[in-house]
Structure formats: structure tokens, C-alpha cells
Design a protein around this ligand. Structure first.
Ligand code: ATP
Length: 204
């Protein structure tokens, strides 16, 4: 998956609508301390479905919304849109890609009301977004998103954590979610069958 464009409004320090085009090749983001470089990486993680306020350096999910300054009032919502392109011929099981393999995911959060997602113009659930990115071999915890301190964390990771990173990179992380869903359905069917047996026994 190639990331092509990031759009932010009201997200952390990016109070004004901001668009960042990501060109093919290496993209470097430079600027003085505190100008918002890490906030950009967090915006990518967030739109991919990050659900832990801690990994967004906040206490609650609403903390991603512009909190105001001495001269500007706080905002009531934040919105991030990520446009990515899949290699030609790629099929993702849970989303119809655009003609050029485009995938645009938008996440919006309203203060006190939680997040809503859209993928290629369709309303989707957080779980759907996680699956889309997992199938595309990326996601909020992708080792390709290297934030400060991440290299040390990879080196110190336990084998099970490293395995999770490799599974994510290989695009098979979504299979775990699907297996869990299938197991739940299987358990519900087994319970229904047992109940049916009881009813049949009572009728005999
Ligand atoms: P460094 O080089 O020091 O790591 P950086 O360029 O990565 O800095 P960030 O950590 O991305 O900078 O941005 C920090 C800035 O974002 C701070 O000025 C902080 O006040 C601002 N900020 C973070 N969350 C919010 C928010 N919800 N509302 C307004 N500003 C915020």
C-alpha cells in the first residue's frame, strides 16, 4: 500500500484544514521541536483505527481534537482522511477499491460522541477499517510506521510480540479476527443445536 495524501482538520495542533501530499520515494518531515511532526504520524495511525489513547499520547480519545490556545478556541471535532493506493490487480476482500486501486478512509470524532468512519464513501465500522488495513498488510501498529523510541521497542520485543509484527507485515493479521468471529458463530450454532436436541427429546 502506498500512502498518497493525508488531510487533517482540527486534529491535535492542525486546527486549520491541512493537506500533505506524500510523493513516491522517501518523505522526510522536518521542523522545530513541537511543530507537529509526530502528530502527523499519529494522524495516520488514528485514521487506520488506533483505539488506544495512550499510543496517541492522550488521556482519552477526545484529546486528539484541537484543545485551543490562548488566542484560539477549542474545536468540537477532528477529521483525518488518508488516501492510499494498492498495487495493480490487488483485491481486498472487504472493500471495493477505486479504478486505480485507490482506498480513501476518513475518520471523524465529535467531542463526547465518539468516532465514525467512511471507506471509499461508504459508512463502515471501526472493525471493518481494521480488517481493510490488516488485509492490506498495514495498520496502526505496522512496523512501517516508525515513531520515536519504536526501534528500541522492536529490539526489546518478546517473541510473541515480534510474531504479531511479522503477521501484520505479511497481511495475515485479519485472519485472527475472522477466526474469532467464526468460532463465536460456531459456538452459537452448537448451543442452538443442543437446544434443538432438548426440544426434540421433549416431543418424543
Ligand atoms: P519533537 O520534535 O519535539 O518531537 P514534534 O514536531 O514531533 O516535536 P509534536 O509532538 O507532533 O511535535 O506536536 C506537539 C505539539 O502539538 C505541542 O505544541 C502540543 O501542544 C500540540 N498538541 C498536541 N495535542 C494537541 C491538541 N489536542 N490541541 C492542540 N494542540 C495539541
Amino acid at each position: 500500500m502506498e500512502l498518497r495524501r493525508l488531510k487533517l482538520t482540527g486534529f491535535k495542533s492542525f486546527v486549520e484544514p491541512t493537506e500533505l501530499r506524500i510523493e513516491i520515494g522517501l518523505t522526510g518531515i522536518v521542523g522545530p521541536n513541537g511543530c507537529g511532526k509526530s502528530n502527523l504520524l499519529e494522524a495516520i495511525r488514528w485514521v487506520m483505527g488506533e483505539s488506544s489513547p495512550k499510543s496517541m499520547r492522550g488521556g482519552g480519545m477526545d484529546d486528539v481534537i484541537f484543545a485551543g490556545t490562548a488566542t484560539r478556541p477549542a474545536r468540537d471535532f477532528a477529521e483525518v482522511s488518508l488516501l492510499a493506493v494498492q498495487p495493480p490487480g490487488t483485491v481486498l476482500p472487504s472493500i471495493d477499491l477505486g479504478p486505480e486501486g485507490e482506498l480513501e478512509v476518513v475518520r471523524r470524532i465529535e467531542r463526547g460522541a465518539g468516532s465514525a468512519y467512511r471507506a471509499n464513501g461508504r459508512d463502515v465500522r471501526a472493525k471493518d477499517v481494521s480488517l481493510i488495513f490488516a488485509d492490506a498488510a498495514t495498520g496502526p501498529h505496522s512496523p512501517a510506521l516508525v515513531s520515536q523510541g519504536k526501534i528500541a521497542a522492536v529490539i526489546a520485543a518478546r517473541p510473541a510480540e515480534r510474531r504479531a509484527m511479522l503477521e501484520e507485515a505479511a497481511g495475515i493479521a485479519g485472519l485472527h479476527v475472522r477466526r474469532k468471529d467464526a468460532e463465536q458463530k460456531l459456538r452459537a450454532s452448537a448451543a442452538n443445536l443442543a437446544r434443538l436436541d432438548d426440544i426434540l427429546a421433549e416431543m418424543d
